[in-house]
Design a protein around this ligand. Structure first.
Ligand code: TMP
Ligand code: ASP
Length: 236
């Protein structure tokens, strides 16, 4: 498979066209941003970690019946994926309080939730990805009710599968963000990435943070945390 023209460059990835109109190549960078691009930096080797970990997790999810965009890992940083139109929602599942929900609701970090919760942010950098509900998503025409229902169901199943998998390698899945896309035949698949950039991972015993919060909050040991997660997943 060959890279043709570049279709898009985001904060952490580039996307290239291929000779097949239904397939694109994702190319993961080491660039890191936080707070809607306000904080910028580099995490050495992050592109490799995120590419390989995301592919590994998508394969686990495929085996459990979740359709994903994954086709084939081409190199350390490049993967062929199904070309999709991204549904403009960040779908966030939370198992324990951390990050923005603590600020918004005055919760103490680490509070265990009675049950997992789901929320949507409207993907718009200029607006800072504002929190919306499923009604807004349908009323504003960002997606349809049927798609909201499908995405919700898939996201909770992803949570069940990944929570169990990460627990088996000594990691608690605190929260994560998913994106979904529509393929040319109209089916909805899990897209984007699942990585330490898009999940909060805590060591199950010590609660040490093993994800991008180390970069967001200047905690140090950023690369070491990404490497530790790769070791636990068995990819290093
Ligand atoms: P939050 O607590 O900042 O809302 O983040 C919830 C989860 O979503 C967390 O695991 C990090 C992830 N996330 C992204 O992947 N991209 C983003 O732009 C943001 C804000 C969060
Ligand atoms: N996507 C966010 C940003 O733009 C980063 C994050 O907090 O994960 O900068």
């Amino acid at each position: 498979m060959e890279k043709k023209e570049q279709l898009y460059e985001g904060k952490a990835k580039k996307v290239w066209a291929t000779e097949n109109p239904d397939i694109v190549i994702v190319d993961y960078k080491d660039d890191a941003t936080a707070f809607n691009g306000l904080k910028k930096g580099t995490i050495a080797g992050k592109g490799v970690v995120n590419n390989k970990m995301s592919n590994y997790l998508m394969r686990i999810l495929e085996k459990k019946g979740i359709p994903t965009h994954f086709i084939e890992e081409l190199s350390d940083r490049e993967t062929a994926v199904k070309k999709v139109t991204i549904i403009p929602l960040e779908v966030i599942i939370r198992n324990r309080a951390a990050g923005s929900i603590c600020k918004r609701l005055g919760l103490e970090e680490g509070m265990d939730f009675v049950c997992p919760s789901i929320e949507f942010s409207y993907k718009d950098d200029e607006l800072g990805d504002p929190l919306i509900n499923g009604y807004h998503a349908v009323s504003c025409g960002f997606t349809t009710q049927e798609e909201v229902d499908t995405v919700k169901k898939m996201a909770f199943t992803v949570n069940d599968v990944l929570k169990e998998y990460f627990a088996s390698i000594g990691v608690e899945l605190i929260d994560f963000k998913l994106e979904f896309g529509k393929t040319s035949d109209g089916s909805i698949v899990l897209a984007d990435e699942i990585s330490p950039d898009t999940c909060r991972f805590w060591d199950i015993e010590t609660h040490e943070k093993l994800d991008k919060d180390r970069f967001r909050r200047d905690l140090g040991g950023v690369e070491a945390a990404y490497t530790e997660m790769m070791k636990r997943v068995g990819l290093y």
